[in-house]
Design a protein around this ligand. Structure first.
Ligand code: GLN
Ligand code: ZN
Length: 760
């Protein structure tokens, strides 16, 4: 087996430092450029990445970490798992990802506990797996032509099948993986990386047996590259000894979130993820070197804890960050430099006498500082103890910065039980049965984005900008009145993003200029950086809510983002327990809720779409998280009086797992994604005794649903829920759609609802 390069990263951002891929994709989708143009843009980005990684001194370059949409979808295509109905589409790949006229896309959901969304593989008993290695081999050859030997990265068989709920198809897919290994060997590839993040979760004995079968089989392929199985987002736990017992040569460990390996890894190569791929903080060199030194008995490769897909490209593109904060930060490029420097320092110090002293099983994040080598590139001003989220003290041990249980959240006298509230709200709001509404945002026009940029550049006055926002609000209100919706929204035109907007108005946050991170497909977010204590210096949304309500006699919903979501979609300080940070944000939102109510807003929606996302991957940690997350939400919303209707919204929530928690939010109305996930979600949420709006169409696709389709979904909903509790709304906000799509879709939603009302 050839040696493994001493430094590597598990993956890299691919959207482009200035979102070049986003532009290329959207231009191709809208018919303004050809597939060849798109492929050229992809090739340029790959070349740029390989060259940059090599320039930074990284030894082990990955390939196939690029994707035109999603690496799980790429894996489905690699294995031939393309459902029949997409095969005749003009472009089956994007048809699966985004749908086409008359063809809904595949389901999409969040990648473990990240805000990255992958396309869920659709594997049926009849699915015939057939290897198509063209993309993997193509990238290897492309890199080689540029002078780079690379290690292809592929989602591993166990994770792929678990994501597709089809582990019973292991035998069949293993055939494809065996064939792939042989093809890679024939191509002269030395190492392949198989990503198995699913192994950091709780795994049943059958699943562990599948891990053993898979890697024994792949290990036995006669002529193959070295096998590197990468785990990330946590600790391998019970999967580690299983994996260690197979012939795989290298195992990747997330040493930022997980502890040192408890199993004997003698003879294995440990790809040590000591530089976090999930945050933007600089790595403590002392801590990292201690961990590397403690991995005795194994050959150690220095790496990131996971792909760098989840962090922005570079600090070099952030001229405006305050110097003190900047000194604490590292984005992808800076993290690569850290990996390289650590590998060099470790190699220098890897002689006998390397400081060890960390017992197996010690959580990585709370190890003592260790030796700080003077030869390192870092200043030594960073804290030596860095907590990562899953290493926080348990809830019971926390200082009393917030209530410990949902009951304690509400001092006596705050919101009454639901029936009392519901009666007060019905009396006050007087809505028809099956009230229609939307989730908050309307399409963001290019003019508004340009206007915001002009304010930032100083070429448009704040007053002129605000007039434009008001004009947009008026247009959205008039449109909704024309469409005949019952509960209106102001459309969120003043918000660049539902989290960043609040971050910009709270103290304790910084925002970036180019810190884009891929969320799904061509979509990116710029997660704010929460680096200090959070507070709300003054009301944020009240001005716009008041203006919107002044235009119409229909109720207009106030629109806020919940504390868990604000924190989940930010990069968060690691010197306080996450729970305490979330409660600080909850208190700030609570003030905003009270101010909206005082301004006469009678419906306030507090979105919490990321509630599921922060759920710890291990079941043992989940209850404590859900308890404080729910308590934080109630802290944010329970200041509202009974007459004020609190709505919440969740998307792609896999509600079955957090059902009790969603119920525990105690919102008067819950709107939730359901068009893609269908009856499953509906069954799960039907037990809530309060208002529910299961989405009637998928807003992630440009498709306009017909009135008949919406009506039949509503009829399905009414088989599970009493009519008094049902709301009618799309799956999510409309900001990513065009006005044309929105008008047509909502018109059909109103037509369907009105028709259905006549049959009640
Ligand atoms: N109110 C937000 C919007 O409509 C909710 C978005 C979300 O759930 N992701 O845009
Ligand atoms: Zn949503």
């Amino acid at each position: 087996m050839s040696t493994f390069p001493p430094s590597t990263v598990l993956g890299y951002p691919r959207i482009g430092p200035r979102r070049e891929l986003k532009r290329a994709l959207e231009s191709y989708w809208s018919g303004h450029s050809t597939r060849a143009d798109l492929d050229r843009a992809g090739a340029e980005l790959r070349e740029r990445t390989w060259r940059r990684l090599a320039e930074l001194g990284l030894h082990g370059l990955p390939s196939n970490t690029f994707s035109l949409y999603d690496q799980v979808l790429d894996t489905a295509v690699l294995l031939g798992a393309v459902p029949e109905r997409y095969r005749d589409a003009a472009d089956p790949y994007f048809a699966m990802a985004r749908g086409t006229e008359g063809l809904a896309p595949l389901r999409m959901t969040k990648w473990f506990d990240t805000n990255y969304h992958y396309i869920v593989p659709e594997i049926e008993p009849g699915t015939v797996f057939k290897l198509d290695a063209s993309k993997v081999l193509g990238e290897v050859r492309e890199a080689r032509a540029l002078g780079f030997e690379t290690r292809p990265v592929i989602v591993g068989p166990v994770t792929f099948l678990l994501l597709g709920s089809a582990l019973d198809r292991l035998e069949d897919v293993l055939g494809c993986y065996e064939e792939l290994l042989a093809a890679l060997a024939a191509e002269g590839v030395a190492w392949v990386q198989l990503d198995e993040p699913a192994l950091v979760g709780d795994r049943t004995p059958e699943e562990l047996a599948a891990v053993r079968t898979a890697y024994e089989r792949l290990g036995a392929v006669p002529s193959r590259p070295g096998l590197f199985v990468a785990s990330y987002f946590g600790e391998l736990g019970e999967s580690l000894p299983v994996l260690a017992g197979t012939p795989v040569e290298a195992i990747g460990l997330d040493l930022v979130r997980g502890g040192l390996p408890a199993a004997d890894l003698t003879g294995k190569i440990v790809v040590a993820g000591v530089v976090s791929g999930r945050d933007v903080w600089r790595t403590s060199p002392g801590r990292a070197l201690s961990l590397l030194g403690a991995l005795q008995g194994a050959q150690v490769v220095v790496s990131t804890s996971c792909s760098l897909l989840h962090v922005p490209y570079t600090l070099a593109d952030e001229p405006e960050l305050e110097a003190g904060l900047r000194g604490r930060l590292a984005f992808a490029e800076e993290k690569v430099a850290e990996v390289v420097a650590l590998a060099e320092a470790h190699a220098r110090g890897a002689a006998p006498g390397t400081p060890a002293g960390i017992a197996p099983g010690t959580p990585a994040g709370i190890s003592a500082g260790g030796p700080a080598s003077g030869a390192l590139l870092w200043d030594d001003d960073e804290p030596s103890v860095e907590l990562s989220w899953d290493e926080e003290p348990s809830v019971a041990l926390l200082p009393e910065t917030g209530p410990a249980s949902a009951e304690a959240v509400e001092p006596a006298g705050e919101r009454s039980p639901y029936p009392v509230r519901a009666a007060a709200q019905a009396e006050h709001l007087r809505l028809p049965p099956l009230p229609t509404t939307t989730i908050g945002s309307f399409p963001q026009t290019g003019e508004l984005r340009a206007a915001r940029a002009a304010v930032a550049a100083g070429t448009l006055s704040q007053a002129d900008y605000e007039r434009r926002v008001e004009a947009e609000i008026e247009r959205v209100i008039r449109l909704q009145e024309r469409l005949g919706l019952d509960v209106l929204v102001h459309g969120e035109p003043e918000r660049n993003d539902m989290v960043q907007y609040f971050a910009e108005h709270f103290d304790g946050f910084a925002v970036t200029r180019n810190g884009w991170v891929q969320s799904y497909g061509s979509r990116c977010t710029r997660p704010p950086i929460l680096h200090g204590d959070v507070s709300r210096p003054e009301p944020i949304t009240v001005r716009w809510a008041r203006y919107a309500q002044s235009l119409t006699s229909q109720p207009v919903k106030g629109m806020l983002t919940g504390p868990v979501t604000i924190v989940a979609w930010s990069f968060v300080r690691d010197d306080l327990p996450l729970r305490d940070v979330v409660f600080q944000v909850a208190d700030a939102i609570r003030q905003e809720v009270r101010d909206l109510e005082a301004a006469g807003v009678s419906i306030i929606q507090v979105d919490e779409p990321a509630l599921r996302e922060l759920l710890p991957l291990r079941r043992a940690d989940q209850a404590a998280y859900l308890e404080w997350a729910v308590a934080a939400y109630r802290r944010a919303t329970s200041g509202a009086g009974d007459r004020t209707q609190i709505h919440t919204h969740l998307c792609y929530s896999d509600a079955d797992q957090i059902l009790a928690a969603i119920d525990g939010l105690d919102a008067d109305v819950t709107t939730i994604e359901s068009a893609r996930s269908g009856a499953r979600i509906l069954g799960a949420v039907s037990t809530f005794g309060r208002g529910l709006g299961p989405g009637v169409y998928d807003i992630h696709s440009p498709r306009v649903p017909s009135a008949e389709e919406v009506e039949s979904l509503l009829r399905r909903t009414l088989t599970a829920l009493p009519v008094e509790r049902v709301w009618v709304n799309p799956d999510c906000g409309l900001k990513t759609r065009t006005y044309e799509e929105v008008e047509a879709s909502l018109a059909n939603v109103v037509t369907a609802t009105r028709h259905l009302r006549t049959t009640l």
